[in-house]
Write a protein that binds this ligand. Sequence first.
Ligand code: PLP
Length: 405
Amino acid sequence: MDLYEIRKQFPVLKQEVYGKQVVYLDSAASSQKNIDVLLAERHVTLDFYGNIHRGAHYMADKTTEVFEGVRDKIRDFIQAGSREEIIFTKGTTESINLVAFSFGEAFIGPGDEIIVSEMEHHSNIVPWQMMAQRRGARVVPWPFTDSGELDPATLRSLITPRTKMVAFCHVSNVLGTVNPVREITALTHDRGVKVLIDGAQAIQHLPFSVQEIDADFYAFSSHKMYGPNGVGILYGKRELLEAMPPYQGGGEMISEVRFSGTTFNELPFKFEAGTPHITGVAGLGAAVDFLKKVGFDQIRAHEQMLIEKTTACLRQIPGIIFYGQAPVKSGVISFNIEGIHPYDAGTLLDKMGIAVRTGHHCADPVMARFGIPGTIRVSFGIYNTPEEIDRFAEALNKVISILRP
Ligand code: PLP
């Protein structure tokens, strides 16, 4: 597909901000949504909407068919072994909280350890800390290298007979590092330990199979892969999900409710209490179709070009400090400018129509590791163009000339 044709499917990118056409470089926070995603949500809403799984009439059945069809699409997209291993949640955050709670209840006791990489988003740190406190366990940090990489040898030295889980990201939302997931899962499994992979920044950029990388759990969000917000996915191996207790109680997750005791539904419904974001799931189906139609070869090639061009532009500016210099990167570039606070730079860029993210990016331990308050983060989607990178570089030079006398 032609890049400019793809871009046309994202009408919001025609927006003007402060009188200038917006350059949206914040897709790691949330990507824009294409027209087909909105049409899929509208189709369900306007043409036949009913609540799912509660059968009894045509509209409910038709809505259920769409909803369950998207479960099949996701299974195929990440190459899971079965549809029962795909759980719909609110987002990556809820997916990880679900595992931390339920896996914790089933498998973690006093004195046990959970290893968490230091490059994680807060949503892959705090749920483990909360669970550890509840279960009398301990969270052990796995430091990253100066170049922003996770060294499997360091992990090997951290695993003890008390380790029950290793939690890490496929791609870092600050450093852009693509972690060697297969190598990490292999060494972790060799020691009898399970892994949770946070795929929030990988799912929209890289093709992979959860079976091939041998993830025990894999979490991601629809709104970072061109789909609607309020929908997430948890993939979990069936035997683990079956051994874990439900996370939330309510409608749909039960088999039979009596005041003398309740029995629970089968997978995946056991983990899907209450009415989910039905229309959002329909939109997610369209987002998956879009990603497949564009194809990961084109996505990878285009995004690599954007990363290389942006890095080359930044290298020409004196005083740029990069964070994350791994050989394989995806989606984001983080940097600071000597003598300039990232927030000041971000505010001025915004006034020039350039949307970047500044701050700690919900990854305080990464900031602490570098001893900085935050970074400027540029992140890409398939709709970004080389011309936008030129406009960003031009604006950044102007910002520097204003802020650095
Ligand atoms: N993990 C990573 C790596 C992220 O980048 C984010 C969001 O930025 C999250 C988790 C949390 O995702 P959500 O807010 O969709 O739950």
